[in-house]
Design a protein around this ligand. Structure first.
Ligand code: 26Q
Length: 836
């Protein structure tokens, strides 16, 4: 589509004098009927729930749009306020409907309007697909950040990609994961607004050529490129009942017209179509790996496409107001890089400033190194992004030139800081030498940024002492910590209405925007009446969770039993295997009659494995096989159940976390950067069983040792243990563990599938097992036993549960965003909007 981009100069008073839309049930019902009948054109023969869902979205959308416009005008005032841009390849938004209602403050009138029409919100809400544009923690964190920024009225704009296919759908067949494409846009989405008028052009391939500028300086041209268009789609991000609506701008790729013509003229129809496909492919699919997927050309295209489109978009707006004067650019703009994925932005900003806006190197670098900030999300060395230099040269030749120049200047600085230390220059170089040269993206991010942060205290500490030690020694002031959080609007208020109402009744509604106020709940933990109501609500939530599990797994969970839950991406370091070994232990105890004083348990495991991650997929299969044996054994009965929940996603977590008693956070210490599921569980009154890893440490600090089941080696002990780790000796010396291993080795869970779990057994018993699963097993079993005993005293458990919620205030992304803002972004919050 071509848009006439010349703006008209007609007076715009008729645009601004729109009367505000009504927020009462009557206005909402009127609009709903209008949209259903007139806009969607449906009638009594087509009373499909889906169209009613659409009519409701259109109704709410209008109310978002008007606040959105006001927010944009406010940000534009006085030449524009300072802004931050959150650059992320992932935004795991989930559903938008419930969130829009809550944040617009129209839950009551909408429910009334629907009730009067004989409808319920629940059935309409079910029509919405999750926007699954992310893998897991990192993507959902970006979504929670957006919610908190809008609620805090911070001028933060999200930039990402509008993948046609989000995170794959997971089905289980014969116990194995099967991936299905998630075509979430099949029937379109009404939540976004296409903005073809802000389309950007992105270059790929071609060659570079030097030339002499008029002033005698050297300039560079990037020629013979294959260009792709980036078309933005804006998603509104409403703040909590404050009249603010921020923007998430997602880019979609499209072919340019002329580039077809060229190939058509050369007489190659198929090449032309192929080239068009390549262009349109860029935003086709999200890469489903939550660890690494290096070397894939399409992924590098995605990264550059996002970085370039977003930077050009910001510069376009800058030039419109300030012309070619960039002297204040760094004072007004800040880019937060969500891991290294968008880090090519460092080189791209240099290119745009130098090649397109005629700045010299020093001026461009002075800006670039002040506006970029980098967040790291992983400690696994194998997960650090590296791109082959060869690929860069072919795809982004001008950017490779710039990276080389950044590196040359940086290594000179290293040399002057550590004269003669050649080793260190090699270690710190942005280019890794070897069989194939590679660009180290994390190092590019550190060198090009004003700030480098980890996502929990331990993680930030380990980055400074380990992975990034050399850089920390050079620039200690760059490094800082920003402990993650989650938004309590989605993860309490919206997904746990029962508990939210009780909390609000006890301490008022302040917690919805000031989560620290939950502290006021602590005294209520000693009130038996309050505890009884708390338990009733938990019970209702467990019933709701049990029906999901019965529907999706065919396993019946008894809501009286302890609900023990581990949901997260399947990964060896997260140690779903450790959880399974404990389940086998409980099964073994039942089978040998060791059931005095038994606490019935229902264990739920859920999560997706990267499609190419063999071990993670085997662990899913093992879970399903163990579940089959346990759930069908009449001797086990209600004492123990195990289920694997297929297709774990945001919408499933909204039912899971309110119904959980025990939260499994059992990664090998020093491996989980932070975790955020741990925080969602805590807020919803689950007690954690966990290692001293990631944010678990801070969770335990907040809630107190007595309200947390701790086990396992510390990060330091893990490193020491590796040296003389002998899992077989541990197994032989511990009768319980020996029995667990024997059940596995004897093929008890794979009677007709001989040998399929051998690789798992091999990794568990290897002295080189990086995850030290067997090393922590005894300690884990003991902590689990303590949890079981604690659960038997339901009054005591309720107390622990309430205190977990009460002390979860730190883990709001409102706090996290305030810290990013105070220490990195330094933005001014907008004053309260007139239209709340
Ligand atoms: C990289 C290159 C190519 C393709 C894919 C990727 C890729 C994609 C996603 C690499 C990593 C991810 C996601 C990482 C992630 O989710 N990390 C988690 O981030 C959370 C938020 O900070 C933390 O709480 C978790 O501890 C961390 O594992």
């Amino acid at each position: 589509m071509t848009i006439q981009t010349v703006e008209r100069s007609t007076p715009a008073s008729w645009l601004t004098e729109l009367p505000p839309l009504g927020m009462d049930a009557k206005s909402i019902a009127a609009d709903f009927r209008h949209y259903f009948s007139h806009t969607l054109g449906r009638d009594r023969h087509t009373k499909y729930t889906y169209y009613m869902y659409e009519a409701l979205v259109l109704t709410l959308r209008d109310r978002l749009w008007e606040r959105w416009k006001n927010t944009r005008y406010a940000y534009e005032a006085d030449g524009g306020v300072r802004r931050a841009y959150y650059l992320s390849l992932e935004f795991l938004m989930g559903r938008a409907l419930g969130n829009a209602m809550l944040n617009l403050g129209v839950s009551e009138p909408v429910n009334k309007a629907l009730y009067d029409m004989g409808l319920t919100l629940e059935e309409l809400a079910e029509c919405e697909n999750d926007a699954g544009l992310g893998n897991g923690g990192l993507g959902r964190l970006a979504a929670c950040f957006m919610d908190s920024c809008a609620t805090l009225r911070l001028p933060v704009i999200g930039y990402g990609l509008r993948y046609a296919y989000g995170m794959f759908r997971q089905r289980i067949e014969n116990g194995y994961q099967v991936e299905e494409p998630d075509h979430w846009l099949r029937s379109g989405t009404l939540w976004d607004l296409e903005r073809p008028e802000y389309t950007q052009r992105i270059k790929f391939g071609g060659r570079t050529e030097g030339f002499m500028k008029a002033n005698g300086d050297m300039g560079w041209r990037w020629l013979d490129t294959h260009d792709v268009l980036a078309v933005p789609y804006d998603f509104p991000i409403p703040g909590y009942q404050n009249g603010t609506v921020n923007t998430l701008r997602l880019w979609s790729s499209a072919a340019t017209d002329e580039f077809d013509l060229e190939d058509f003229n050369a007489g190659s129809y198929t090449d032309a179509v192929g080239a068009k496909n390549l262009a349109e492919n860029i935003t086709m699919v999200l890469y489903p790996n939550d660890a690494t997927e290096s070397g894939k050309e399409l992924r590098l295209r995605q990264q550059y496409f996002l970085a370039s489109a977003s930077l050009q978009d910001v510069i376009r707006q800058w030039v419109r107001v300030h012309g070619e004067d960039f002297s204040q650019f760094a004072a007004k703009n800040c880019f937060q890089l969500n891991d290294t994925h968008p880090t090519i932005a460092v080189a791209e900003l240099m290119r745009l400033l130098m090649d397109e806006h005629d700045l010299g190197w020093d001026a461009a670098w002075s800006i670039t190194s002040k506006v970029m900030a980098y967040t790291n999300h992983t400690l696994l060395p194998e997960a650090l992004e590296r791109w082959p230099v060869r690929l860069f040269r072919q795809l982004l030749p001008r950017l490779l030139d710039i990276i080389y120049e950044i590196n040359a200047r940086f290594l000179a600085e290293v040399a002057s800081h550590w004269p003669g230390d050649i080793d260190r220059q090699g270690r710190m170089s942005l280019i890794e030498e070897g069989y194939e040269q590679q660009v180290r993206m994390a190092y590019l991010a550190i060198v090009g940024s004003i700030s480098v942060n980890g996502v929990a205290a331990l993680h930030s500490e380990l980055l400074q002492q380990g992975l990034f030690r050399d850089f920390y020694e050079l620039w200690p002031e760059k490094f800082n910590n920003k402990t993650n959080g989650v938004t309590q609007r989605r993860w309490m208020a919206s997904c746990n209405p029962g508990m939210s109402a009780l909390i609000t009744e006890a301490i008022g509604p302040g917690w919805i925007t000031k989560l620290d106020e939950l502290r006021k709940l602590a005294p209520h933990a000693d009130d038996p009446k309050f505890r009884a109501r708390w338990r009733e609500i938990k019970q209702d939530n467990k019933v709701r969770l049990a029906s999901l599990i019965e529907a999706d797994c065919g396993v019946v969970f008894n809501p009286k039993a302890m609900f023990d839950v581990q949901v997260k991406r399947m990964h060896e370091y997260k140690r779903q295997l450790l959880n399974l070994l404990h389940v086998i232990h409980l099964y073994d105890r039942i089978k040998r009659g060791d059931t005095a004083n038994w606490t019935p348990r229902c264990v739920l495991i859920g999560g997706k494995a990267a499609p190419g991650y063999y071990m993670a997929k085997q662990i899913i299969k093992l879970t399903n096989n163990i579940a089959k044996v346990i759930n069908n054994d009449p001797e086990v009965g209600d004492k123990l159940k195990l289920a694997f929940l297929p297709n774990y996603r945001v919408t499933a977590m909204e039912i899971i976390c309110p119904g959980t008693d025990l939260s499994e956070q059992i990664s090998t210490a020093g491996k989980e950067a932070s975790g955020t599921g741990n925080m969602k569980f805590m807020m919803n009154g689950a007690v954690t069983i966990g290692t001293l890893d990631g944010a678990n440490i801070e969770i335990r600090e907040e809630v107190g040792d007595e309200n947390f089941f701790l086990f396992g080696l510390t990060a330091r002990q893990v490193e020491e243990r590796r040296r003389d780790y002998n899992p077989v000796a541990i197994i032989n010396a511990d009768a319980d563990i020996a029995r667990i291993m024997h059940l596995l080795e004897s093929g008890h869970f794979n009677q007709f599938e001989k040998g399929i779990f051998d690789p798992i057994l091999h990794s568990l018993t290897s002295p080189h097992d990086p995850w030290l699963t067997i090393a922590d097993l005894r300690s884990f079993i003991e902590a689990q036993q303590q949890a079981s005993l604690a659960y038997q005293d339901q009054e005591k458990w309720a107390r622990m549960s309430i205190l977990n919620t009460a002390f979860s205030g730190k883990f709001s992304t409102d706090r996290t965003m305030q810290e990013y803002n105070a220490e990195i972004w330094k933005l001014q919050a907008l004053p309260e909007m007139p239209m709340a």
